[in-house]
Write a protein that binds this ligand. Structure first.
Ligand SMILES: NC(=O)c1ccc[n+]([C@@H]2O[C@H](COP(=O)([O-])OP(=O)(O)OC[C@H]3O[C@@H](n4cnc5c(N)ncnc54)[C@H](O)[C@@H]3O)[C@@H](O)[C@H]2O)c1
Length: 219
């Protein structure tokens, strides 16, 4: 069965990797089926949302049976392009960038950091977590047409200049860890991860919306 991905709402699509990871684990444990309640507890998404999400995947749970693990897994693999490796570049091999290079992204999904870039000559030519560190001057030559997405972990003052060069080199998505708000053409997708804002938001929620035991959390 072929389901066109653009018909899946964005909020649902965002939960796909979460579902995929859990279903993959169940599959490797030899489990054949899973109930929406089990899923709900594992991925912390309420079961009504899970049922609605899964209906977009054409997976209709049967009462007293649940969902077929094999079917879900093959659907997620296809939808998330698990068979195809997406090549990623990381720019800025400092505290944060180095930590990411040591983290094996391939474990959970098929993205691979192929190259890292930095301007510091002491870092250029080294290899961190199996990823070669190249000079930022070589960005266009190396990235051109070969890299789909970039992780930006440079100082914020360098963020826009690097972004322009990445866009020029054909990158389609940027995961921006710098506090800088970067400007890109319409066809480029930017996801901004600001840890200090996330932390502030968490503290705000802790103060103003303390969770009761047993209460379901919104994702
Ligand atoms: N460290 C954290 O916990 C943390 C958390 C959230 C956000 N951030 C943000 O992530 C970014 C990186 O933080 P960090 O702590 O790793 O900084 P860092 O100073 O340790 O690392 C920055 C790296 O970028 C390189 N660099 C500088 N200018 C460059 C350029 N023009 N081209 C290529 N490389 C260049 C530097 O040589 C250095 O290796 C910053 O924008 C920071 O605000 C950091």
């Amino acid at each position: 069965m072929d389901i066109e991905q653009h018909k899946i709402p964005q909020a649902t699509a965002k939960r796909l990797p979460l579902y995929y990871r859990f279903i993959n684990n169940l599959h490797s444990q030899g489990k054949l089926r899973v109930s929406s309640k089990e899923l709900s507890e594992a991925v912390k998404v309420d079961s009504a949302t899970i049922r609605r999400d899964f209906s977009y995947f054409g997976a209709l749970g049967k009462k007293g049976y649940g969902y077929n693990v094999e079917y879900l897994l093959s659907f997620f693999r296809k939808t998330l392009d698990q068979d195809e490796i997406t090549k990623v570049a990381l720019i800025g091999v400092g505290n944060l960038g180095t930590a990411f290079l040591h983290y094996n992204f391939m474990k959970n999904n098929n993205t691979k950091i192929e190259y890292a870039f930095d301007s510091n000559p002491e870092k250029v030519g080294t290899e961190i977590g199996g990823v070669p560190v190249k000079h930022i001057d070589k960005l266009e030559d190396i990235v051109k047409g070969d890299i789909t997405a970039a992780i930006l972990t440079v100082p914020s003052a360098a963020a826009q200049g690097i972004t322009d060069r990445l866009v020029h080199s054909g990158v389609s998505g940027i995961l921006n860890f710098t506090p800088a708000r970067i400007t890109v053409p319409e066809h480029i997708r930017v996801h901004h991860i600001d840890l200090s804002i996330e932390l502030q938001a968490l503290v705000y929620f802790l103060k103003h919306y303390p969770l009761e035991a047993g209460e379901e959390q919104e994702e």
